[in-house]
Design a protein around this ligand. Structure first.
Ligand code: MN
Length: 425
């Protein structure tokens, strides 16, 4: 059980790394996320913890043996909690071995971050109910949610090979798009409806054997932590190809995740009851548990910023396009994992479970341009006078996530940044 608040969450705990005590940092000593970094392109990836504006090399600090992140992620929960406690003690004011730990610190600005783990499989859910309802309403005004929506977490299998780590760039994809009328052939050209999707990605810790479903009571023991996730989408390619089997090339050209995995342990103080109106069908028994009803969701405030090339040139950090919360998911992380494994499918360490676009209930809280522009029909005017229905070349999208609760130290997920480059000519 990883949702336990212990001495590592003590809000009064301070680090001897001064920047970790900055009230605005995403990485105080109460967070301790894991990532992979290297000092130069030729060096090996090493496992680190973000602390303030520094990264702690865990092997050099003597806190782990080796550089195998899979081994670290698949460790049983008691071992994970013990490592977290040891890192916390090493970084806390008054630590016994401060000299050795200090020698293992590097400024984050001096390292390159890699993907935090090998992502062998990637599944994207559709758990953001406000997004599902808003997009469904564009297609089917009378029945925005299909009859299965409140019974099971809808998903498709995504493409793991094109997941990249922030800060990332990718070229505007080419693809087949519907012709101007029913009799016209489709075109093959760069997408004109490129979009972002504000999501979270849950990473699997310990996997399950093929044929062995994971009961809800154990689901969280199989989750390692969470990253920000941008599921870039080409709406015109998607709109032409998605029936009858679902998204394909409209999604698989690029996805971006944030570099630091915030662990289930770090999220323990921010657990809340999932929102499910009593008039809705209650989950089938295999997707239900007492813990899930009381604290299965996580309160993570989310935000999307858009920085155009013109804004960047002017030193402008970008406009906030919308804000929502991880609690806008209809299904909890445990339900995503348990449902995924319910047919005996084996999940493996490092598999990524995308939540689906997390839009808030209000239209201005939408986590994609598809919703904000009402299917491309409206232009969104930006603070510098530019306007967008979809992304243009040079646009940079920045996702952020923060957990805050009275009585606890605020922690963050860092940021997930991706920039659109022009299409291959
Ligand atoms: Mn998605």
């Amino acid at each position: 059980m990883s949702a336990i608040v212990d001495e590592t969450h003590d809000p009064h705990l301070q680090s001897w790394v001064a920047s970790a005590n900055d009230p605005d940092t995403h990485f105080p000593i109460q967070n301790l996320p894991f990532g992979r970094f290297r000092r130069d392109a030729a060096g090996p990836w090493r496992i680190g913890t973000a602390i303030g504006d520094q990264v702690l090399d865990l092997e050099r600090a003597g806190l782990i043996a080796g550089r195998d992140v899979t081994q670290l992620m698949q460790a049983p929960v008691p071992q994970r909690r013990a490592l977290r406690a040891a890192i916390s003690r090493a970084l806390a004011v008054g630590a016994a071995s401060q000299e050795r730990t200090q020698a293992a610190l590097l400024p984050q600005s001096a390292v390159q971050m890699g993907l935090p783990c090998e992502i062998g499989g990637y599944t994207d859910f559709y758990a953001g109910i406000h997004h599902a309802r808003a997009v469904g309403a564009l297609l089917r005004p009378d029945t925005p949610l299909l009859p299965n929506y409140k019974w099971l977490p809808i998903a498709y299998h995504g493409r793991a090979s094109s997941i990249d780590v922030s800060p990332s760039t990718f070229r505007r994809p080419w693809g087949q798009q519907r012709g101007p009328d029913e009799n016209a052939p489709p075109g093959f050209k760069p997408t004109a409806r490129l979009d972002y999707e504000l999501e979270l990605g849950w990473l699997v810790g310990c996997g399950n054997a093929r044929g062995d479903p994971v009961p809800m009571a154990q689901a969280e023991d199989h989750l390692f932590g969470v990253v920000l996730f941008n599921d870039w989408s080409a709406r015109d390619i998607q709109g032409w190809e998605y029936q009858p089997l679902g998204p394909f090339l409209g999604k698989s050209f690029a996805s971006t995740i944030s570099p630091w995995i915030v662990t289930l342990e770090a999220l323990a103080p921010f657990r809340v009851a999932p929102v499910r109106p009593e008039s809705d069908p209650q989950p089938l028994p295999y997707l239900d548990s007492p813990f899930n009803r009381s604290a299965g969701a996580v309160d993570i405030a989310l935000e999307v910023r858009l920085q155009t090339a013109a804004m960047r040139a002017a030193g402008n950090t970008g406009d906030v396009m919308s804000a929502s919360n991880a609690t806008d998911s209809y299904w909890t992380p445990a339900q995503l994992l348990t449902h995924h494994a319910s047919n005996g499918c084996n999940l493996r360490t490092g598999d990524l479970l995308g939540t689906g676009t997390l839009s808030g209930a209000r239209p201005d809280q939408a986590g994609s341009l598809l919703e904000l522009s009402a299917g491309g029909k409206q232009r969104i005017v930006l603070s510098n006078g530019e306007a967008r229905s979809f992304l243009e070349d040079g646009d940079c999208v920045i996702l952020r996530g923060v957990c805050a609760r009275d009585g606890y130290r605020r922690i963050g997920l860092g940021e997930c940044r991706g920039t659109v480059e022009s299409a291959v000519p």
